[in-house]
Design a protein around this ligand. Structure first.
Ligand SMILES: Nc1ncnc2c1ncn2[C@@H]1O[C@H](COP(=O)(O)OP(=O)(O)OP(=O)(O)O)[C@@H](O)[C@H]1O
Ligand SMILES: [Mg+2]
Length: 350
């Protein structure tokens, strides 16, 4: 059997591009590269690539400064151009499903069926009831093609296009194991998008993307304190090396925005609860750069009544202390979550 190798994980987020490379080691996986490079604002808006040359440039910088030779990459997309839905269908074989999915999918997708790529995964079959549940994934061809082109322009060979929520689930399983008999929520709060992924007994049963994130915090601090975006960003992150005093209003603004973000997340969780017989969520795992805001996790926990824990995507991945400062890895963990999930994909499993 041909031995496969890990793909380079390339997470093109709206505020920064992240790369992660893993390799098999004696006991599990080892970290070879993790790095990120910022993107100018407006380079990506609601998942759409508005300024692809900046993105190509960021990828090139990352490849060069980390001396990355691997060309095969795994990419991911999220946002409103991606639809993920659990749908009930009459019981059928895999072949029958493949033939009918295009037609079945039509009624669940708000886009022209010819404009989307479709993928489907059988969640469960119930021969007694003559029913089955499948997870339908549809993504706009335009957007996928744009992401693939950007990677190709940077000299890379895209092998996989994944969805952020599924990357998070893979990353979670490798680090925390498959959680049976429980429902957990994986929450990635980035700069512009919140991905909510409800995983019940180890299977994704509900996902939703909300157009909110760290940008709201920065914009609100900027507006209420009447300062520049850059100053607001520094205050949001708890200051910089200059030891300048952070005005106490900043925490108040962070709390206000956290309340509204938590409220929006809760609306989705309430919707999920109303549409399933699930007995309840046992824990929320938080990732994404905005997940680093301590009061946000506390407020989400208070609003939902569920414990919230910050994810560590390097929990079971070994890293050389000399190459990766453990403190750096701990602080960057939330930002790295999606790219670690992508870096788990292998050439021999495609
Ligand atoms: N220590 C920190 N404290 C507060 N906010 C932070 C911190 N570190 C990063 N952020 C914020 O996290 C966001 C970036 O996170 P991330 O890299 O996960 O987003 P992204 O993937 O670029 O965006 P998206 O997934 O929404 O397209 C930015 O809004 C940034 O200001
Ligand atoms: Mg992201």
């Amino acid at each position: 059997m041909a031995k496969g190798k890990n793909l380079l994980g390339l997470d093109i987020g709206s505020s920064a591009v992240k790369v992660c490379l893993l390799k098999p080691v004696r006991k599990g996986l080892g970290l070879v590269v993790f790095d990120h490079h910022p993107l100018p604002p407006e380079a990506i808006v609601d998942g759409a690539l508005m300024d692809s040359s900046s993105v190509v440039d960021a990828i090139n910088q990352l490849l060069k400064r980390n001396k990355i030779r691997v060309k095969e990459v795994a990419l991911s997309v999220s946002g409103h151009s991606v639809i993920i839905k659990k749908i009930p269908l009459p019981l059928m074989t895999d072949e029958e499903l493949e033939q009918s999915i295009q037609w079945e999918a039509e009624q669940y997708i708000p886009f022209d069926i010819n404009d989307v790529y479709i993928d489907v995964d059988v969640l469960s079959r119930d021969p007694g009831q003559g029913q089955m549940d499948v997870l339908l994934v549809a993504a706009k061809k335009d957007m996928i093609n744009d992401y693939v082109s950007v990677a190709k322009e940077a000299g890379l060979d895209p092998r996989v296009v994944d969805v952020d929520s599924f990357c998070l689930q893979n990353m979670f399983e490798v680090n925390y194991g498959k959680v049976e008999d429980q429902t957990i929520v994986l929450l990635d709060i980035g700069a512009g998008t919140i991905n909510i992924n409800v995983v019940s007994n180890g299977v994704t049963t509900f996902t939703r993307d909300i157009s909110m994130g760290g940008n709201q915090f920065t914009e609100e601090i900027q507006k209420q304190l009447n300062i520049t975006y850059e100053e607001a960003e520094t205050y949001k992150r708890g200051g910089d090396a200059t030891d300048a005093v952070i005005p106490h209003e900043v925490e108040k603004v962070i709390q206000q925005v956290s309340e509204s973000v938590a409220g929006e997340i809760q609306r989705s969780l309430d919707f999920y609860a109303a549409t399933t017989a699930d007995s309840g969520i046992s824990r929320i795992y938080l990732s994404g750069g905005t997940g680093s805001i301590p009061s946000l996790g506390r407020i989400i926990s208070r609003t939902s009544g569920v414990p919230v824990e910050l994810i560590n995507p390097f929990r079971t991945i070994s890293a050389d202390d000399g190459k990766f400062n453990p403190q750096f890895l701990e602080s960057i963990g939330p930002v790295a979550a999606v790219s670690v999930g992508l870096a788990l994909r292998r050439t021999n499993e495609l």
